[in-house]
Design a protein around this ligand. Structure first.
Ligand SMILES: NC(=O)c1ccc[n+]([C@@H]2O[C@H](COP(=O)([O-])OP(=O)(O)OC[C@H]3O[C@@H](n4cnc5c(N)ncnc54)[C@H](OP(=O)(O)O)[C@@H]3O)[C@@H](O)[C@H]2O)c1
Length: 244
C-alpha cells in the first residue's frame, strides 16, 4: 500500500502507518467507512464483500481498532451476519485505557434481530452489543432485547440520530465508526452529523440497482480530502468535513 496524497516528501519505503494516518481527531467524532465500486454502487449480489480486497479489509480492521463503538443499521447487521468485534494483537496499543474491542451498536425500530445469534450471545461483557431503538419499537421485543444487550431508546417514532450519538457519547463512546448501510449514512448526513468519510473505491463497475453510500434526504456537506492511499488499483480515501 502506498500514500499518493498528500504527496510524500522524499523517498518512502514500507507500508504507511495506518493507525497514525487514520487516528481520530481529539473530541467526539462520527466517521463513516464504506466501500463502493467505481460507479458508486455499495453492493454486489446484495453484499459488500465482493467489492472489498485485502487493503480494504486491513483498513476496516484498523478503523475498528481505533473506534469506541461500531454503529450499523439493522439491515447491514442482518445481511452481513455481524458478530462481535474480536480483540486483535495489533489493537493493543491503539486501545490502551479502553476495552480491548469496541461494542457493536445496532440501529433498529422493528427489533427484528436474532437475539440468539453470536452478536448477542458471544459479546464480551466489556463490549456488550448495544441496540439503539425508539419508543415505537414493539414493547415485548424491547423487553426481550434488554436481556441480551444494552438498550438505548433515542427518539419516538424512529431513532433520532443526533440523540443516539449523544447517548453513545454520554457512555464514553465518542469515537463512532458507522459502517452503514446507506439508510443510516443518509440520516447521519442529513442531520449534519458526519465528521469524516473513509471511502474505498473498488476498481470495478457494478451497474444494476446497487445503492450509493447515502440513501435519504438532502445532505449537502463540503468535504476536504485528507489523504489517498492505493493498493492493487483500490483507492482508500479519507475526507473530513470542511467546517470541522
Ligand atoms: N459497501 C459497503 O461498505 C456497505 C456497508 C454496509 C452495508 N452495505 C450493504 O447495504 C445494504 C444495507 O443497507 P440499507 O441502507 O438497506 O440498510 P441499513 O442502513 O443497514 O439499515 C436500515 C435499517 O436500520 C434501521 N434504521 C435505520 N434508520 C433508523 C431510524 N432512524 N430509526 C430506527 N431504525 C432505523 C431499520 O431497521 P429495522 O428494519 O430493524 O427497524 C432499517 O430497516 C446491505 O446490502 C449491505 O450489504 C454495504
Amino acid at each position: 500500500m502506498r500514500l499518493i496524497h498528500p504527496v510524500p516528501a522524499g523517498e518512502t519505503s514500507g507500508d504507511p502507518d495506518l493507525a497514525r494516518i487514520y487516528a481520530y481527531p481529539a473530541g467526539p467524532c462520527v466517521r463513516i467507512n464504506m466501500v463502493a465500486s467505481a460507479d458508486g454502487g455499495i453492493w454486489l449480489d446484495g453484499l459488500s464483500g465482493g467489492l472489498s480486497g485485502r487493503g480494504d479489509k486491513r483498513i476496516f480492521g484498523t478503523l475498528r481498532g481505533l473506534a469506541d463503538v461500531v454503529l450499523a443499521g439493522a439491515s447491514t447487521v442482518r445481511d452481513e451476519g455481524y458478530r462481535p468485534a474480536r480483540p486483535r494483537e495489533s489493537w493493543r496499543e491503539l486501545r490502551e485505557g479502553r476495552p480491548p474491542a469496541p461494542p457493536v451498536a445496532v440501529l433498529t425500530r422493528r427489533l427484528d434481530l436474532d437475539l440468539d445469534a453470536p452478536l448477542f450471545t458471544e459479546a464480551e461483557p466489556y463490549a456488550r452489543t448495544i441496540i439503539v431503538t425508539c419508543e415505537a419499537a414493539p414493547a415485548d421485543r424491547r423487553a426481550e432485547a434488554a436481556g441480551r444487550a444494552e438498550v438505548i431508546v433515542a427518539g419516538d417514532d424512529r431513532v433520532d440520530l443526533a440523540a443516539a450519538v449523544k447517548e453513545l457519547g454520554e457512555r464514553g463512546l465518542e469515537r463512532v465508526l458507522c459502517e452503514g448501510g446507506a439508510k443510516v449514512n443518509g440520516q447521519l448526513a442529513a442531520a449534519g452529523l458526519v465528521d469524516e468519510l473513509c471511502l474505498t473505491v473498488s476498481p470495478m463497475l457494478v451497474g444494476g440497482s446497487a445503492a450509493r453510500i447515502l440513501d435519504g434526504g438532502d445532505a449537502l456537506t463540503g468535504l476536504r480530502l485528507a489523504h489517498v492511499l492505493e493498493e492493487d488499483g483500490f483507492l482508500f480515501t479519507r475526507y473530513v468535513r470542511e467546517s470541522r
